[in-house]
Design a protein around this ligand. Structure first.
Ligand code: FCB
Length: 446
């Protein structure tokens, strides 16, 4: 049946999750320790000292998750592989039980008619590699290439969409500069080194994928941002450009063979451990770019200083905020997609994450009537339609997230799911937004 909302028939509607946030089974079947296991078990790093030890127990309940995807008639499921299930110490021979888990998951998805989108890295670096310097250490990029190769060999024949990693900006800067994420460092030079080694790892894994001969599309997922200027004054427009560098061009410029942005190199170039040939590896051509979008912000010009090297500051905005304090501005999604499509020659773009946390409440009949989340999804789906009309090669949309899960430093205190998970019984219970998304997927949501 044809859709009636004007979206192309082959537009992909999916859901996203990540392993540490949903799997649990933190020590089962030979899994090694990742930096997120360590971080979450360090007192006061995560709100309420929550950990991902149990999470949504998807390691055991993956069939329930697939049944939900099937009920939605989702076209695809983007999930991530836990590196330490495959290589407990981040190197060497693979752990068969870990491979079996993802193999079962992929087969189950295919049987349900849901296309598996496999992501190799969603921040849970093996602790053993962290002890050797983690992303500060060039060797971690080589280890990543080895791990990627194992996954290509074992399930390459069954997975048609691959991404190397999720939001390297977060891994580099939240992990090494602000300390909000694992490994919790506060060191600018460490963050800058991580930037280069993450990109090098991405490039090496992409090149290995091409060499493997596997048929499939390969991409990188970023969380770009270009805050809108507070006013039309030229200095604010320039501040908006500068404010986008570390979130956007720092990743897309090298990926598209343009090397690192000059402004960044002028300030931090001496930290960057670039070796001959690296930039060629990093710019191995990709099939698509994944864009994670949650909110937009607004900036104006401010004096440059060591504290504020790019010379901008955020200004207050009027929009309603989600439970994360993130402003709700669907047109910002259209703006960032158009910006990227205009500046970089992307063949295809997918929104690989979009969604919202709200303080859900269960009514007496057990139902979560999350109309705020429904509005959020509807607004952003419309923005995707607008982007397509503007000529953006947008080919799909993935909702974050299928189920409520471990929201990093907020633990289970923030809920993004369209399905609630009872923290005691781990039972899954669709919220009204789940039925909304089912309608949207069927073409009736707008
Ligand atoms: C993104 C992460 C994802 C999730 C959402 C809310 O930055 O990629 O894992 O936590 O934010």
């Amino acid at each position: 049946m044809n859709r009636e909302d004007g979206f192309p028939q082959d537009f992909i509607w999916g859901c996203s999750t990540s392993c540490y946030q949903i799997e649990g089974a933190a020590k089962e079947d030979g899994k090694g320790i990742s930096i997120w296991d360590t971080f979450a078990h360090t007192p006061d790093k995560v709100l309420s000292n929550h950990t991902g030890d149990i999470a949504c127990d998807s390691y055991h309940r993956w069939k329930e998750d697939i049944a939900l995807l099937r009920e939605l008639n989702a076209g695809a499921y983007r999930f991530s592989v836990s590196w330490t299930r495959i290589q407990p110490e981040g190197k060497g021979a693979p752990n068969q039980k870990g491979l079996d888990y993802y193999s079962r998951l992929v087969d189950g998805l295919c049987e349900a008619g849901v296309e598996p989108w496999l992501e190799l890295f969603h921040w849970d670096l093996p602790q053993a590699l962290e002890e050797k310097g983690g992303w500060r250490n060039r060797d971690t990029a080589m280890r990543f290439e080895e791990y990627a190769g194992i996954m290509y060999d074992h399930i390459g024949d069954r997975v048609g969409h691959w991404t190397s990693m999720n939001e390297p900006w977060c891994a580099a800067f939240l992990g090494h500069l602000t300390g909000e994420h694992a490994p919790g460092l506060r060191d600018r030079r460490a963050a800058n080194r991580a930037v280069h080694h993450l990109l090098l790892a991405h490039g090496l894994a992409t090149r290995a994928f091409r060499r493997s001969g596997i048929k499939g599309e390969y991409g990188l997922v970023i969380n770009p941002s270009k805050p809108r200027p507070a006013t039309l004054r030229p200095e604010d427009a320039e501040a908006s450009e500068r404010a986008s560098i570390e979130r956007t061009s720092l990743w897309l410029d090298p990926i598209f063979g343009r090397s690192y942005p000059r402004v960044f190199m002028d300030i931090f170039g001496s930290d960057m451990p670039i070796e001959a040939g690296d930039m060629d590896i990093i710019s191995e051509p990709l099939d698509f770019i994944g864009v994670n979008y949650y909110d937009e912000e607004a900036v104006r010009a401010a004096p440059c200083s060591t504290q504020n090297p790019y010379g901008f500051e955020f200004v207050p905005t009027y929009q309603k905020k989600t439970d994360m304090g993130w402003e709700i501005e669907p047109s910002g999604l259209r703006r960032i997609l158009s910006y990227i499509a205009n500046v970089w020659p992307c063949k295809k773009i997918y929104v690989t994450e979009n969604g919202a946390a709200f303080p859900d409440k269960q009514d007496a009949d057990g139902i979560v009537r999350d109309y705020d989340r429904i509005d959020y999804i509807k607004g952003h789906a419309n923005a995707c339609g607008d982007a397509i009309k503007q000529g953006v090669p947008l080919k799909g949309y993935f909702l974050w997230s299928l189920i409520d899960n471990f929201e990093w430093s907020f633990g289970y205190n923030r809920a993004f799911g369209i399905v609630a998970v009872d923290r005691n019984t781990l039972e899954r219970r669709p919220k009204l937004s789940f039925y909304y998304y089912r309608d949207l997927i069927a073409g009736f949501g707008l």
